[in-house]
Design a protein around this ligand. Structure first.
Ligand code: IMP
Ligand code: MG
Length: 175
């Protein structure tokens, strides 16, 4: 990405609005119960931090760290677990919290692995649902913003580990 420009695609205000909505949806769906957020590091660290403060029911949190090998901007489908859960999820209402679903390989892999540990319910929450390059039929239960295609950075999302600190989400355009 030597020659590229970027422009704001999703503003911090839009992100905050959608996160408030998801927080309300989760609080409503699990009213009277407790939920466990499983943040997928690193990309979801800001999302999960903002989301948990919008949930009004008892909430616990844990993290996994996954890495998918691939080219510059595309996944290979080979997923490596670099950090496992620390808390048991059996009989809990578990919500996987992802930054973005693209091919779907990462989520499918994590979803199937967690399902084996017999949670009471297992839901998927993603800030961004990128639909154009989906390769496995996986659908999130809670979706912040849907987009077609394009590589984005900011608000936790990186390119080559950089730009996670940008408060808005930018579309990277190759020149
Ligand atoms: P998957 O293709 O659905 O397995 O997505 C794998 C991972 O690729 C996501 O969790 C992100 O970390 C990363 N990813 C996919 N699309 C983008 C993007 O547009 N910007 C930054 N990271 C992305
Ligand atoms: Mg990710």
């Amino acid at each position: 990405m030597a020659e590229s420009t970027r422009r704001i695609l999703f503003s911090r205000e839009q992100i905050a609005t959608e996160i408030k909505r998801i927080g309300r949806e989760i609080s409503r769906d699990f009213q009277g119960q407790e939920v466990m957020l499983v943040g997928v590091l690193k990309g979801s660290f800001l999302f999960v931090a903002d989301l948990i403060r919008e949930i009004e029911i008892p909430t616990v949190i844990d993290f996994v760290r996954l890495a998918s090998y691939g080219s510059d901007t595309q996944t290979s489908g080979i997923i490596e677990f670099r950090k496992e859960l620390e808390m048991p999820i059996r009989d809990r209402n578990v919500i996987i919290v992802e930054d973005i679903v693209d091919s779907g390989y990462t989520l499918e892999c994590l979803y199937n692995k967690l399902l084996l540990q017999e949670p009471r319910t297992l839901k998927i929450c993603t800030l961004i649902d990128k639909t154009a390059r989906r390769e496995v039929p996986i659908e999130a239960d809670y979706i912040g913003i849907t987009m077609d295609d394009g590589f984005i950075i900011g608000y936790g999302l990186d390119h080559d580990e950089k730009y996670r600190n940008l408060p808005d989400i930018y579309l990277v355009e190759e020149n």
